[in-house]
Design a protein around this ligand. Structure first.
Ligand code: GUN
Ligand code: FE
Length: 430
């Protein structure tokens, strides 16, 4: 095959964030030129064809070419227990999650799940993910190896948890081993190919202050790394945090006091925030990650997308599988729409698509490489069929604008809407 490929279709690019600049910040071009994993040009099909007669041409017809979806918060080890019935957060962790994560003590099991998980993401149009692993270092190796084999840009880290009264003994490290294991993994993987290591204390209730302190020190020593954790997901959890950290001003303070609040910090859920927490998160420019299918499935609450966007917070979108109930970022956009509606704000399809791509890439501090289709960006993209089922096709056929044509796919589309997924210019599916 030729090195250069010209993709024809409806190529979607962001000139600015539609959450700030409105839907007109989205541009549609008729062609995108890709060479050795990078986007070289986006523009007019006839002009690019004439300028690059050597390029192989792939015609996607009327399909929409969008940046590959970026899932900013997930737990790949929870793949096999997604959709577990009947519990809220703390019981759900103890009954379903921890026993499944225990199985990752077996590196062969970790490798098996990691490969199947990434293939599942690709079949849903997701090209990058920021995932928790388990306490087992081999669970991190398994995910990065699987990502390397597929050429995917993946963010991940060892989940650290050492508090004896809140963690089972089969899923517990120590402050020292969490620091040592995380550091060794960071040195092995961070910046190797497309891998990025993420320092990962699970959340305050499962860590001792000594462990939070140790991971804060590791982050200070490696300030170009991201740090991910959970924040204010359920009210019962917040009460629990208050009892475990009686001197903390609020939940965020349990991180802040130990060097775990920063501009490269990612805070999953962030639903029930105090005014002080919102102010501090905005001041440092931290990433807040909205996990809508998880927040409804586990019964956590309604993320304040409108208010948080208005005050200028940095927001990404994520599945949070297996607390989330779907691997699909289309389904996740639909859930984000529904939750915003329950709070009185209709998110525009351009905003939903942006959150699932460039918004998440911004939260991951990687929007200079992924999350948009523009010259110089890495060629991770997804081709959407906006007529993938009879019901969707009928709605799309009546549409007068691109957004009217796309919205039924956002609300009702599944992996049948993913006509193909390309990673670093290579077709992975379709
Ligand atoms: N809080 C701490 N751990 C988890 C987890 O695995 N999933 C969710 N949804 N919340 C958490
Ligand atoms: Fe989570």
């Amino acid at each position: 095959p030729k090195a250069t490929t010209l993709h024809l279709g409806q190529v979607l690019s962001f000139d600015a964030a539609p959450t700030e600049a409105g839907p007109d910040a989205v541009r549609i071009s008729s062609a995108m030129l890709v060479d050795v994993g990078r986007i070289v040009a986006v523009g007019d099909a006839a002009q690019l064809r004439a300028a690059h007669p050597e390029a192989e041409v792939e015609d996607h017809g009327k399909r929409l070419i969008v940046p590959g979806f970026v899932d900013a918060h997930a737990h790949y080890p929870q793949t096999a227990m997604i959709a577990s019935w009947g519990k809220r957060l703390i019981d759900w962790l103890n009954l379903y999650t921890f026993p499944e994560e225990r199985r990752f003590a077996d590196p062969a099991y970790a490798r098996d799940v990691a490969g199947r998980y990434l293939d599942l993401l690709l079949s849903h149009g997701t090209t990058s993910v920021c995932s928790y692993c388990t306490i087992h270092p081999a669970s991190v190796d398994a995910l990065f190896e699987a990502a390397e084999a597929r050429g995917m840009r993946v963010f991940a880290g060892k989940t650290c948890m050492d508090r004896p009264e809140t963690t089972p003994d089969f899923l517990r490290d120590t402050a020292q081993s969490a620091y040592d294991d995380s550091r060794a993994l960071l040195e092995r993987w961070h910046g190797k190919g497309r891998a990025a290591y993420v320092i990962t204390p699970r959340f305050s209730p499962t860590s001792t202050e000594a462990q939070l302190e140790a991971l804060g020190a590791l982050w200070a020593e490696n300030p170009d790394c991201l740090m991910q954790t959970h924040l204010s997901e359920q009210t019962d959890e917040i009460t629990w945090v208050k009892s475990l950290y009686p001197s903390a001003r609020d939940y965020l303070d349990t991180y802040e006091a130990h060097g775990l609040l920063g501009t490269r910090g990612l805070y999953g859920h962030a639903i029930h925030l105090e005014p002080r927490e919102r102010d501090r998160l905005r001041e440092v420019g931290a990433g807040l990650v909205h996990c809508p299918t998880s927040n409804t499935f586990i019964g956590s609450g309604l993320f304040d997308m409108d208010g948080l966007l208005r005050e200028g917070q940095r927001i990404g979108l994520a599945t949070d599988t297996g607390g989330g109930s779907s691997f699909s970022m289309l389904r996740t956009m639909a859930a984000a729409y529904e939750i915003a509606q329950l709070r009185g704000r209709a998110l525009h399809p351009a905003e939903l698509l942006w959150l699932a791509t460039q918004g998440s890439a911004r939260a991951l501090r990687c929007d200079d490489r992924i999350g948009n289709l523009a010259p110089g960006m890495e060629a991770d993209f997804t081709v959407l069929d906006m007529a993938s089922t009879p019901a969707i096709a009928q709605r799309a056929a009546e549409a007068e604008t691109l957004w009217e044509a796309l919205f039924p796919t956002i609300m009702m589309g599944d992996d049948r809407a993913i006509a193909g997924t390309w990673v670093a210019g290579k077709p992975m599916r379709g």
